[in-house]
Design a protein around this ligand. Structure first.
Ligand code: XMP
Length: 326
């Protein structure tokens, strides 16, 4: 366990200079550890895995094999950004796996939240395992473990862990961020030149939009979650709320209500907006969003998102509500 305790002498990384020193030190360590061998990394596009990827690309270039699994539950534009940043701009060895149908087919008719999570987690390991088997000569598995994951503090589960691979696929772990706190990871990500919207991204659950498309996931309702979430994010960014609100997203429940659209009766889904502030995700307060902005977002969502005729704002703090709805 002793090598899982952050050294007391380790300075907190708060400036670009300290980040640069950390990066230089890690580059030496990583090159020493990895030598001329190959490293595998599940790259979700979240902050932690993106920073690990950028660091390893600098350290060992094409010896790093990044696997990006698109499970169909990512936010609008995310898979495209992973390809653009890592393959096109950083020239990484990136395997893009379109597993959308696989995941969504497995989830048909599954309404129970924990069952959905299990299916998504298990399928993720399966897809990753298949890709790992296609690669030759992998000796290391890189992971975006950060210090809070080791401390297991609080209910922040926002971390992709690829533990659970079968016995014959056990690689030596490479965890260069394991002593860093989230804010330090972001400073390092900035120093590595990753785009700000990747580095300062809000927490996003592993099962992604899957737990925001309430009950059994259908493709059309999932699109309503994705499109409404994109509008919310765009409006929050435009109105300076991006860095002020800890987590904000939309939810689409599995019921409909009546409405009127283009002089005709409609029977469609509502979209629920959730925007909360918290320090550690244990307790959360609801953000006081300007009413005029909520009205503007409502009008955009009801006119631009197919199948939606109402927008609601969730006023519930945690407790009694959790941050997510499932
Ligand atoms: P709750 O909903 O429990 O969420 O108040 C607290 C924080 O954890 C995130 N969350 C998850 N993260 N897998 C994850 O990686 C999950 O299954 C999961 N469920 C919730 C949630 O987004 C919030 O930041």
């Amino acid at each position: 366990m002793s090598n899982n305790i952050r050294p007391e002498t380790m300075e907190r990384i708060t400036t670009p200079e300290l980040a640069k020193a950390f990066i230089d030190e890690k580059l030496v360590e990583l090159r020493e550890q990895i030598g001329d061998k190959k490293v595998l990394l599940a790259l979700s596009g979240g902050v932690d895995s993106s920073v690990v990827a950028a660091l390893l690309i600098k350290a060992v270039g094409k010896q790093l094999v990044c696997v990006h699994v698109n499970h169909g539950l990512l936010r609008k534009g995310e898979p495209e950004q992973v390809v653009k940043v890592f393959r096109d701009e950083m020239d990484a060895n990136l395997v893009y796996v379109d597993a959308v149908d696989r995941f969504l087919d497995k989830l048909v008719g599954i309404a129970e939240p924990e069952k959905k999570r299990k299916i998504i987690g298990a399928e993720f390991i399966r897809v990753f395992e298949e890709e790992a088997r296609k690669q030759e000569g992998i000796e290391f598995l890189a992971q975006g473990t950060i210090y809070p994951d080791i401390l297991e503090s609080g209910p922040v589960k926002a971390h992709h862990n690829v533990g659970g691979l079968p016995e014959d696929l056990q690689f030596e772990l490479v965890e260069p961020l394991k002593f860093l706190f989230k804010d330090e990871v972001r400073v390092v990500g900035d120093a590595l030149g990753l785009p700000a919207n990747m580095v300062y991204r809000q927490p996003f659950p592993g099962p992604g939009l899957g737990v925001r498309c309430i009950g059994a996931i259908t493709r059309d309702r999932l699109e309503a979650v994705r499109e409404s979430d994109a509008i919310l994010r765009e409006e929050f960014a435009k109105n300076g709320l991006e860095g002020k609100v800890w987590q904000y997203f939309t939810i689409v429940p599995d019921f409909k209500s009546t409405g009127v659209k283009n002089d005709k009766r409609s029977y469609e889904w509502p979209v629920i907006i959730r925007a909360v502030n918290t320090r550690d995700a244990m307790i959360a307060t609801v953000e006081d969003i300007p009413f005029s902005l909520l009205q503007h977002i409502t009008s955009r969502i009801t006119s631009e998102v197919a199948g939606v005729n109402r927008v609601l704002y969730d006023l519930t703090p945690k407790p009694t509500g959790t941050i997510e709805w499932e």
